[in-house]
Write a protein that binds this ligand. Structure first.
Ligand code: PMV
Length: 344
């Protein structure tokens, strides 16, 4: 009996092409990092859950200096293969841990996992007050370090294709600054990757409002699957996202902050509306999330240019410019503020 080939393994082979045969007889090692990113136009819904193909394109801003640094050692001269050792911020992770298993399953898609052992040390510099997903920076850093260690010399687009298989939003974490993950049209997923946008926005600030950073009740993959299959309002989502994406691109080109903020906030609320309108309902908000939204709306009524976005969790990410920082800090008190282009 022949086993059905895993479409993800086939995808990886297609992306690697002849690069996969290089460097597999010698030990390989390297280190790479990748930033976390925040979507201003969200990815919500998969048209192919196996290949992680999205229903809609999305647009993000990366937070350089906050993300994941990963060291990899791969050895072919070993009687064991695949992921053997994983440390996270210096602590060994047990093979029974879901984090270990998710990473091992991802690495198993690569030919190198059948031919040698992987030892991986990974460090997250994601602020605890964040509610920022480290899976995006984690998979992007892992693909970057493999590309480097194995001498694949893949383009950033190809690395983005591979990172996408680990976590959809990881496709955007290959880049600093703004990035678009193009949904693509092909069934084989080879045209669904992110590219960088040229615009910079030196005065842009992102404020992290911590409401609750504990484990969420439903993860993004399960949440989106449930929304796609059980929410009648979801039909409206791809259209909303398409419109938001074009508006955001224009706002970036014209450096129109009010349009950028408004569009990002509206898009996030539209995504949450589809979650709430699913059955059983998915509501990530907590009373403090709503209170923070109301503070944002009051600040805007008082003339402060501040907007928010939210992912699959109760925390808010505020968007504002440097000139409004004092007013925002005063209203929110304890706020972690990041400057995506501080080094630009
Ligand atoms: O990449 P995933 O599978 O963790 O999904 C991310 C989903 C959102 O964070 C809610 C939106 C986005 O585009 O990042």
């Amino acid at each position: 009996m022949t086993a059905t080939p895993d479409p993800r393994k086939q995808f990886v082979r297609q992306v690697l092409n002849q690069a996969q045969t290089l460097g597999l007889s010698q030990p390989a090692e390297g280190e790479a990092d990748a930033p976390v990113n925040i979507a201003l136009c969200k990815y919500w819904g998969k048209r192919d859950p196996v290949l992680n193909l999205p229903v809609n394109s999305s647009l993000s801003i990366s937070l350089p200096g906050f993300g994941t640094t990963t060291r990899l050692l791969w050895r072919p001269d070993s009687d064991v293969t695949g992921l053997q050792r994983l440390t996270l911020n210096g602590t060994p992770i047990s093979p029974e841990d879901p984090v270990f298993q998710r990473l091992a399953a991802f690495l198993a898609l690569f030919p190198a996992a059948d031919q040698g052992r992987f030892d991986i040390d990974t460090h997250n510099q994601v602020p605890t007050a964040a509610g920022l997903a480290s899976s995006a920076s984690g998979f992007a850093a892992l693909v970057k370090v493999m590309n480097q260690a194995f001498g694949w010399e893949l383009s950033q687009e190809k690395c983005s294709l591979l990172a996408r298989l680990g976590s959809g939003s990881a496709s955007r974490s290959l880049y600093d600054g703004f990035a678009i993950w193009h949904q693509g049209l092909r069934a084989d997923g080879l045209d669904s990757y992110a590219t960088a946008l040229p615009q910079v926005w030196p005065s842009l600030c992102v404020g992290l409002v911590e409401v609750d950073t504990s484990q969420k009740s439903i993860g993004s993959t399960a949440g989106m699957q449930q929304t796609v299959s059980d929410c009648d309002l979801y039909q409206a989502w791809p259209k909303q996202a398409q419109k938001a994406l074009s508006t955001l691109q224009l706002a970036l080109e014209t450096q129109d902050f009010a349009t950028l903020g408004k569009t990002a906030e509206h898009n996030a609320l539209s995504m949450h509306a589809t979650m709430i309108a699913t059955w059983p309902p998915i509501l990530y908000w907590q009373p403090q999330s709503v209170a923070a939204m109301q503070t944002v709306w009051q600040l805007r009524a008082d003339g402060v240019g501040v907007y928010f976005t939210m992912d699959a969790g109760p925390n808010l990410k505020l968007l504002f410019e440097e000139q409004d920082r004092p007013a925002v800090e005063q209203a929110f008190g304890n706020l972690t503020i990041l400057r995506p282009f501080a080094r630009a």
